[in-house]
Ligand binder design. Sequence first.
Ligand code: ADP
Ligand code: ZN
Length: 803
Amino acid sequence: MKKQYAQIIVDVPTMQTDQPYTYVIPEEMIDQILPGMRVTVPFGRRKVMGFVIGIRATTDLSEDQLRPLTTILDLSPVLNTELLSLSDYLADETFAFRISILQTMLPNALKADYQHFIKIVGKVSDDVANRLFMGLTEIAFHANQYSDKDLATLAKLRRQHSIEVRIEVNDRAKVKTQLAYQFSQNVTMLKTAQQSLRPTAKKQAQLMAFILQHVGETWLKKELQEMLPVSDATLAHAVTHEWLVKKHVEALRDPFKATVQKSNPLDLNDEQQQAFDRISASADLHRFAPFLLEGITGSGKTEVYLQVAQHVLKQGKTVLFLVPEIALTPQMVRRVKSRFGEQTAVLHSGLSDGERYDEWRRIERGDVQIVVGARSAVFAPLDNLGVIIVDEEHETTYKQSDNPRYNARDVALWRGEYYQIPVILGSATPSLETRARAQRGVYERLTLTQRAGGAKLPKVDVIDMKDTLADGPETNFSAELKDKIADRLNKKEQIVLMLNRRGFSSFVMCRDCGFVPRDPNCNLAMTLHMDSHTLKCHYCGHEEPIPTVCPNCGSKRIRYYGTGTEKVAVELAELFPTARVIRMDQDTTRKKGSMDKLLEKFGRHEADILLGTQMIAKGLDFPDVTLVGVLNADTALGLPDFHASERTFQLLTQVSGRAGRAQKSGEVVVQTFNPQHYAIVFAQQHDYEGFYHQEMRARHAGNYSPYYYTVQIQASHSDENQAALQMLQVARWLRAHVDQDVIVLGPSPKPIAKMRNRYYFQIILKFKQRDMVDNLLKTLQNRSQNSKGDLRLSIDREPVSFM
Ligand code: ADP
Ligand code: ZN
């Protein structure tokens, strides 16, 4: 047979190894191996996992430079041609290694698991032999099970070649199986055995009769024992006589068992119909068509998504439906499930690795036609896609903040183009970038301007909190908001109160000298936790008791300032002792499914007030909510980030959209210290277009996105001077190499300049031509990889946060 060679990306994430390596395919594997499969290969003195990305009949390398691959880990490819070429695109886009990207596309269960063993091969002390090796010559090695001293001893023995380390690559993709029995098909044998059964062997006779009725079938042990009173011993007896054979069959873990009621399509209104017609027409034409579906909150965007989905499902195609965060959108998941039932897979962030792997296999095998999920679901191995939906396309959760820093919205568009299908980007408050592309005709803009059920948008009152605070004790509630809450409680209507925690939290401050206790590692104001009576750092977890005297001036007037949901809940209880309040924040929703439970409780009217952080702003649809209060609208305005106005406008619009969604009309009260700010004024007027035009002028004046591309280079070092110095050199190097129209800002300490004992600096690049800057950035990434030392550098294209 002619020789064949595999191109393999190895599981060694460094710049030097970020390229395919060539291996010889052993003859017996030639028929099995396909691109997209995982293999193990020798790499240096190790064995590592790798992905086959191509197969060639020739190579430029000479025989002595080549080694054969060791094993194939898959029976069929885990990555198809489409996802393999997507990884090429993403490598360019995100400055990440191919191996990290390939692994990001797959469920964790398919990542390699390296098991380390240590073996005695020379002279070791009795203590090492008996205590560490427990009298064995080879043991499994887990570094975290040894003290530093023992680790040092082992390292020394290794240098002396007295012990050896061996690494095995395990496949973690364990399919969960259940015990089953397959009945024999040999009827003659079975009949003979039946006749020779002793008359007292009642159980065996029963089993035999059953087998003869179901010749050749496979039954789960569990089900068999539910049907027949057969013991394990009876089954074991039957196995030895070959009436049946033991088998392990694949069992799928179903994480979303709860059944939902079936729902039917609604009659679309004119605007919905028009949107549906445009999108389904391009689906029929089999053409890439990105749409911006710009519809006010409650305008029925979801109904359009569902009907387009149905349209392409009827054509035998599949649907990818992305939502910002599954945990925050339980109602959306329920709506999809209620329309499409069993053909839906939900890629939930709460899934265990095993459950996620099961869902992934259901998708990969073609058992499901719709996938609903958050960011990483964009890599769902659906083929034959008919439409991709990105709900709330402006949400920052679509951008991954760690390596690889991809944006699921852009990946969705890439896949849409690959399959030549429509991609729907839906939002009430589109990102400036998306809205601007629609302006230029890159996306087709479809608008829904009315609330679908005929409901009106709520009236929004803006209250200046400076007035409230001037004439009374510190409070979270203006007189206006208090009156309205009392009114709704009287009428037995429901209330949503939102406390924006971003960039502002409850902390302790000395009223005499202004001292704020800070965390010693991160230099951040610590957050007050009343339940545990401690101060905590939200970045590194440092915790300490609340001081009773100011460590700075000795004053006893040190108290908390600002506000958290707990504190608001206490004030609410004082103001409205009979109101039933559900508090929803990170603390009360940590447990899996608890968010869903709290929302259901609110939906059943078991509470009057839902008090929560930004997490309650999204997607909730409760018909009896007639008042929404925003307790502190402007905390995000002060963020050192050019998105601050956009985020504020989006948040206010989203949360206002929770009021008056059905027959009863709604009202919103926004408390702020910046009542004149345009983000707040336009949100008050429900005027996205007005906000868009004014914000575009601000972006233009400041040379910001979408007029300029933005890249953030950040670096950290354990030594503050080194961090600053090396980033200065980077900035100098960039300035020397870029064109005049490229703006280089920095380096400057990041807003959160110290985290986990490392110092962070950033450089911001703004530019209009990508190619040249991209090349420089690749060189930079390369150089920083190759340089020794402690500096960690990362490059983030279009960052969504500058904290
Ligand atoms: P959006 O996703 O734009 O916020 P939703 O899809 O949640 O809006 O719709 C808001 C409400 O209007 C929902 O209760 C939905 O059932 C209802 N609705 C949507 N379309 C129609 C329609 N064509 N006729 C009647 N009610 C509708
Ligand atoms: Zn800290």
